[in-house]
Design a protein around this ligand. Structure first.
Ligand code: NAD
Ligand code: DAU
Length: 354
């Protein structure tokens, strides 16, 4: 990869990925196309802004004209699509926004890349693409739906999404698959489990717990809190994406998981309270998320066997580092808290948590 388009790079995983690529990979150009929604924050990339290989473009992945203009200007050979409405709770409030960005936005990117990468774009039957081009769709384990008390998600598990968020991500995955099979388009899909780490917007579970506990605010637990997630440190996810970009077989899907054992949300809450020395009386159980998936567990045998990737950061080490990061970056958190975040929390949880 020489000229890379990263979409949604001002968000949590995208910003960690850009930093990782600029430090670890040989590239000439990296363009970050981001609409700067509530979740996009250029502060996340302040240390990369002066890198001559890096360029930020404020725009929407649904804007076909803009996307095509960028392809002409930068001759991308690689696209990594992180841009999304990534929060399940917000997708329940506003399904249309999630569908527009996650499904239609992905299709806009696919179409532009197909057009610019085809050796003969005027021939609709041609399946020849420029040497070395690759589109990577960053998807999620949520497209598989929910597991019972046993079993794991494999790449062959049928898609069965339950929330507007996961349904819109599944729609995008199906379109990526269709572009590969119909047009021979060189794409991969990665499906990763729950990420945590630096720069995660504090409405997602782990940063929300850390920030609230630090400020002696209540920790909201949906329902009984016995839902299970497969946590992975964001840096392990970024390394996995690079492994797929380098050696993934075109058209293949790769699951990415954290190997961190099964942990309920309540176990995570107790662990963070213990690490911060805060009382359990801060925990409050609130009404459950509608359609809440009970359990996720990823089988990542395929990427480990074929691409020699496996997670390197244990949950104990990762959560310690993450808590440290939020403690050392309280100004970053405070600037977010000063914005619309308060309004979101009041609407989501009621005034007791704000
Ligand atoms: P995030 O919400 O932190 O960031 C999303 C970014 O996309 C923001 O910078 C936002 O401004 C940008 N964006 C939103 N709509 C856009 C649009 N229409 N055009 C351009 N930019 C737009 O999300 P995240 O947690 O970093 O997730 C990134 C990707 O990884 C998403 O596709 C998500 O589905 C996937 N994913 C996330 C997780 C997780 O645990 N967070 C796990 C697996 C997969
Ligand atoms: O599995 C991958 C997915 O992980 C990604 O595709 C999504 O983009 C990402 O947001 C994440 O989705 P979740 O819904 O699992 O993450 P969230 O942090 O919102 O919630 C994690 C668990 O914690 C979930 O069971 C809901 C619960 N929860 C969450 C919040 C915000 C609570 O109990 N209380 C809360 O206040």
């Amino acid at each position: 990869m020489r000229s890379v388009l990263v979409t949604g790079g001002a968000g949590f995983i995208g910003s960690n990925f850009i930093r990782h690529v600029l430090c670890e990979e040989t590239i000439d150009r990296l363009v970050n196309l981001d609409a700067l929604t509530y979740a996009g924050n250029l502060e996340n990339l302040a240390d990369c802004a002066d890198d001559s290989r890096y360029c930020f473009v404020h725009g929407n992945i649904c804007d076909r004209e803009l996307v095509e203009k960028l392809f002409v200007e930068y001759a991308f050979d690689t696209v990594v699509n992180f841009a999304a409405e990534s929060h399940v709770d917000r997708s329940i409030t506003s399904p249309e926004i999630a569908f527009t960005t996650n499904a239609l936005g992905t299709q806009t990117l696919l179409e532009a890349a197909k057009r610019f990468w085809k050796v003969d774009p005027s021939n609709k039957f041609s399946r020849d693409y420029r040497e070395g081009v690759r589109f990577l769709q960053v998807s999620t384990d949520e497209v598989y739906g929910a597991l019972g008390s046993t079993g794991t998600f494999r790449e062959t598990t049928p898609l069965s999404p339950n929330s507007p968020y996961s349904a819109s991500k599944a729609a995008a995955d199906l379109m990526v698959g269709a572009y590969h099979r119909t047009f021979g388009f060189p794409a991969n899909i990665t499906r990763c489990s729950n990420n945590y780490g630096p720069y995660q917007f504090p409405e997602k579970l782990i940063p929300l717990l850390i920030c609230n506990a630090q400020n002696n605010k209540p920790l909201p637990v949906y329902g009984d809190g016995l839902q299970v997630r497969d946590w992975i440190h964001v840096q392990d996810h970024c390394r996995a994406i690079c492994a797929v970009l380098k050696n993934g077989q075109p058209g293949e899907v790769y699951n990415i998981g954290g190997d961190n054992g099964e942990r309920t949300n309540l176990e995570i809450v107790h662990l963070i309270l213990r690490k911060l020395g805060k009382p359990e009386s801060l925990i409050i159980h609130i009404k459950d998320r509608p359609g809440h998936d009970r359990r996720y567990a990823i089988d990542h045998t395929k990427i480990t066997r074929e691409l020699h990737w496996k997670p390197q950061i244990s949950f104990e080490e990762g959560i310690y580092r993450t808590i440290q990061w939020y403690m050392e970056n309280s100004a970053w958190v405070e600037r977010i808290m000063m914005g619309d975040y308060q309004i979101y929390c009041a609407e989501m949880y009621g005034s007791e948590i704000v």
